[in-house]
Design a protein around this ligand. Sequence first.
Ligand SMILES: CC(C)(COP(=O)(O)OP(=O)(O)OC[C@H]1O[C@@H](n2cnc3c(N)ncnc32)[C@H](O)[C@@H]1OP(=O)(O)O)[C@@H](O)C(=O)NCCC(=O)NCCS
Length: 172
Amino acid sequence: MLQFQVVLMKEILLEHNGSIFRRCTPSDLIAVKEINMKASPDHHSDYVYEVLLAECSEAFIVAEKDDQIIGYVMCATDFGYSNFKKSGLVKRGHIVSLTLLEEHRGNWYGKILVDEAHKGLKEKQCDETYMEVRCSNNGVLALHQGFGTKIKQRLKSYYRDGEDAYKIIIKY
Ligand SMILES: CC(C)(COP(=O)(O)OP(=O)(O)OC[C@H]1O[C@@H](n2cnc3c(N)ncnc32)[C@H](O)[C@@H]1OP(=O)(O)O)[C@@H](O)C(=O)NCCC(=O)NCCS
């Protein structure tokens, strides 16, 4: 029974170029945090990873190649004012963190992770999603714009090092 549950938790969502994409499990979190520390300029406390895995596992996706985690996307959901409607609260997705090890970049893995995250957020009944992106990060802006996202506003000194962010939004 236990074995059956573990197999279910590791269900493959997609395969691409020798890598698999699946939902994150608690035993992946150490590797996910290591990738974040190594390959992203922005970090989170252990608590954030654990809570978001518990609350939004549908949109916490890892990429795995040769039995090693090589990247991930981590999301949250909240209720707040719509970025599209003039009034009313909606359920919103939030792409909190997206990182791929440098040696695996440029193979569309980032795009696939984001695509699978959007599917998970839709599954969680989100009406729209937002994310913050460093203003200097043209590549990631291009990646997100491929999904029909648009820039809503510039957030002054959003990052700890003082850099501004663009808040990007997408309607489902
Ligand atoms: C963001 C990240 C996950 C993208 O991973 P990736 O697998 O290399 O991206 P993809 O191959 O899926 O890119 C798809 C498209 O996005 C755009 N893109 C992604 N990264 C790019 C870059 N560095 N420069 C220019 N365009 C880029 C391109 O349009 C690309 O299309 P192309 O293949 O025709 O050039 C990776 O660069 C990363 O981990 N960066 C460090 C952490 C980070 O900045 N995270 C985002 C925080 S919001």
